[in-house]
Ligand binder design. Structure first.
Ligand code: N01
Length: 549
């Protein structure tokens, strides 16, 4: 270990899109910044989630940076919804275009970050051997670790005994994985499961899908990017971005929500309108009416519409029934698919309903549910993430007085504005709990938060201030606000990762905030009000040199 920490203005953990833009903007503002990334390349989620079928569920023309018009004009997406290789190529393009690579330390995991009261900075160290571990003394620390970055690997009894291959969608191998002709089991039917199931079904010998909760999926109608649409958007890109920033989720201005209730039209008209949006595809279905995610009765209408689609698509009525969700639609993130339900008409695809027959244990050759052994050559865990907090809680992160983050977040992730924590000065979380990223086009969310952080640091420096720290009162109020917003919606009506409900023992607190424009307004107001809810402090006076004897 090199004993002298390297002084730095800003240390950024993670080289996904958040870390990349944070580094770029910090450098533009004249800050000495460094990104430290555990993986061997940039791209974050798109570096790790390289399972067959991985692609974005927000249209490519929207799921991209808008901070530089030259970038958005030059880059050409090939598909309506970009696939993982193209998204990873885009992340690498951003790193090269803005000459970021010399500010990114790859293959280096941050192990510890401790607030140093005397030096008023973060003492950060990397997790490598004693010889080559690195240390930094950072004025500011940005956790750009992503909301969905620590895979959830359930502790299935006997999994170790299984002799076949075990894969996780969120940690997919970099070398090709050939599943051709194999008997494959997929556990999990969220966004990752839906994509991998649909993609591998035609390749594998037999596919057994182990479903704990059925999922709602709407068609993507993916295909080559419409050149005429691309030209229209590019002719007007800054205004297009501006319109999207005014949308609840930071995207979707091409198909805005209707401003009237599902109850205000006849059943026939409602069906026609749902069908119209189903044919367009994507998340727009939930904008058919303005009350689908706030009124359970309205939500039930669109849920039943999708269940009707499942019944008319899946030939076997028992399988269709098992695939039909009963929880509110949108309560778990809606999946955007390419033939998911129809996949269950294939003779080589078999659904196991874990609600009827839960997983009992694994064996050397498969797994047992309800007394029946399913013989498998490979198992794909599409079991999601320890979302929003999992990665941060795995750090040795200690604030004032050495208080560990595990203690501060014992009852749930306390935060203010989804950006800062009391007792953890000059620490910023990007796309973390309390912010809107999970409900927003994450690229738009990242741009906003990165700009807020860069502006805040510039303000502090201009005013000769050394630290910014959320007050405990502001933090408590903010968490209450996030949960109050959720209570006005259908989001508390199911067990989702938004609530931490997918991880045994995790505090059940609603973590993301819904509503991007109001969030932006609040963050701006806080800045304009001189950082209401924060304590600001100047650099401590230098300790006078001892008087000569
Ligand atoms: O994870 P999930 P994901 N036994 O948590 C099941 C983004 N994303 O990786 O619902 C049996 O949604 C679990 O069952 P249940 C997107 O934001 C985006 O699919 O908890 N089953 C569920 O079916 C998304 O929301 C894209 O009952 C178990 C599944 O595993 C988020 O990432 C693509 C289990 C996990 O679903 C997470 O998606 C991929 C157990 N012990 C991901 N534990 C796109 O852009 C969990 N499950 C398209």
């Amino acid at each position: 270990m090199n004993d002298t920490p390297q002084p730095i203005d800003l240390l950024i953990v993670g080289a996904g899109f958040g870390g990349l833009y944070m580094l770029h903007l910090a450098r533009q503002r004249g800050l000495n910044a460094l990104v430290v990334e555990a993986a061997g390349g940039v791209g974050g989620t798109w570096y790790h989630n390289r399972y067959p079928g991985a692609r974005v569920d927000i249209q490519s023309l929207e799921y991209s940076f808008g901070f530089d018009d030259a970038l958005q004009q030059d880059w050409c997406w090939t598909e309506r919804y970009a696939a993982q290789p193209e998204l990873l190529a885009y992340a690498n393009h951003v790193a090269d275009r803005y000459k970021l690579r010399d500010g990114i330390l790859l293959d280096t995991r941050i192990a510890a970050a401790h607030w140093d009261e005397a030096a008023q900075c973060w003492q950060v160290s990397s997790h490598t051997s004693a010889q080559d571990g690195r240390r930094w003394a950072a004025r500011h620390l940005v956790l750009a670790t992503g909301p969905l970055s620590t895979p959830n690997k359930p502790d299935f009894p006997g999994l170790q005994a299984f002799k076949g291959r075990v894969l996780h969608t969120a940690a997919w191998p970099h070398e090709p994985v050939d599943l051709t002709g194999l008997r494959v089991g997929v556990i999990g039917t969220g966004s990752s499961g839906v994509q991998v199931i649909t993609t591998i079904a035609p390749q594998v010998g037999q596919l057994t899908v182990f479903q704990r909760t059925p999922t709602y999926a709407v068609p993507a109608h993916n295909g080559p990017l419409d050149k005429a649409l691309e030209a229209r958007v590019k002719a007007d890109y800054p205004a297009f971005r501006e319109r999207n920033r005014k949308m609840m989720g930071g995207f979707g201005s091409m198909l805005p929500p209707n401003a009237f209730s599902a109850m205000s039209v006849s059943a026939e008209e409602r069906e026609r309108m749902f069908e119209e949006r189903w044919q367009i595809g994507g998340f727009g279905l939930l904008g058919t009416f303005n009350d689908l995610i706030v009124n359970p009765a309205a939500n039930e209408l669109v849920g039943e519409f999708v269940r009707g689609k499942i019944r008319s698509t899946v030939h076997d009525p028992a399988t269709a029934a098992a695939l039909s969700p009963t929880h509110p639609i949108g309560c778990k993130r809606l999946c955007v698919d390419t033939g998911y339900y129809a996949t269950f008409n294939r003779p080589n695809v078999h659904l196991v309903d874990l609600q009827q027959t839960p997983i009992d244990h694994f064996t050397a050759t498969g797994l047992v549910t309800g007394g029946v052994e399913h013989t498998l050559d490979a198992i794909v865990l599409a079991t999601g993430f320890d979302a929003m907090t999992g990665t941060v809680l795995r750090l040795d992160l200690r604030g004032r007085g050495g208080v560990p983050i595990q203690q501060h977040w014992q009852a749930g992730p306390l935060n203010y504005l989804g950006l800062c924590l009391s007792g953890f000065p000059n620490l910023f979380t990007l796309t973390g709990p309390g912010a809107t990223a999970a409900f927003t086009n994450v690229m738009v969310a990242i741009e906003h938060q990165v700009q807020w952080i860069a502006d805040t640091i510039a303000d502090l420096d201009a005013r000769g201030l050394r630290t910014l720290e959320a007050t405990p009162e502001a933090e408590a109020d903010w968490v209450a606000h996030v949960n109050a917003v959720a209570r006005r919606t259908i989001y508390l009506g199911c067990n989702s990762w938004y609530l931490g409900a997918n991880i045994p023992g995790k505090p059940r607190i609603f973590m993301p905030l819904f509503g991007f424009p109001a969030y932006v307004q609040k963050c701006t107001e806080v800045q304009q009000q001189g950082y209401a809810g924060f304590r600001l402090a100047p650099s401590p006076a230098p300790v006078p040199a001892p008087a000569p004897a």
